[in-house]
Design a protein around this ligand. Sequence first.
Ligand code: NAP
Length: 272
Amino acid sequence: MDIYGLIGNPVEHSLSPPMHEAAYDARGIDARYVTFEPTKDTLETAINGANALDIAGINVTIPFKQDVLNHIIPDDIAREVGAVNTIKFHDGETPRGYNTDVAGVKRAFQHHNISIDGYDAVVVGAGGAGRAAAFALADAGAHVHIANRTVERAETIATDIGGQATAGGLDTRDEISDADILLNATSVGMDPDSDQTPVPQSYLHDGLVVLDAVYTPIETRLLREATAAGATTIDGAWMLLYQGVVAFEIWTEQDAPIQQMNAALRAELEDA
Ligand code: NAP
């Protein structure tokens, strides 16, 4: 039996185990996906231990996505973004690291037949999700503007992307009015009781594709208001799904059973 897993802290509510185990079942792979909570101090030992124990692959989540770079060989995108969320082990050699959050954003748009090349995109938020989203959209050929409450974090991402990427504070969200793509990468909207939105409704329009990274609730106020404005919407579960799909493909070198993974993920979200 192959063992895959997730390291992060906390990971107890992760949706990855059912999503990946649905994929193993669909493909007839004898494998399990388990969660581990090392500390910053035990991270290196945990990765070396996983390598020595012949664990097949691990995902990495908060707060270790940057720290693991010191213990693996990253691919080009992971090195550029400065974060790794997927590690593949190779018979005790130094493990390889990938960033499937970036590929996941691109694949979520592809799934909805949205081309990104040449589009104007606004990313609201500049934490880990905002960084991955901004790199993904820029890499796919969009002109990216990052708007964030803390302007400096947005500026750092724009500088790291280089080229035509721009940055500003939340006051620059008005660029959404002329944009083709809006990606919310703030945590605003996660609390269903307060029903907040990261973007004034007046900026939303029917020429916009809106991806909300927030997936709890699955239908956020932003997505509801975007639908009402005639925009195309993509919920956060698609982004979550596709980072898992790409990780599965890296680990197993076969196509992921996307339908089964999506069904398992959405069943978990309904129960959450
Ligand atoms: P993070 O690193 O903590 O960043 C949080 C971001 O939200 C920052 O840009 C922060 O602005 C902004 N923010 C928080 N409260 C705000 C407020 N009241 N008004 C305006 N901006 C506010 O978190 P993250 O890991 O990037 O995650 C962000 C969201 O994306 C979460 O909801 C997470 O669940 C979701 N996510 C989804 C996926 C997916 O696959 N769908 C993947 C990763 C994350 P400051 O910089 O000013 O603090």
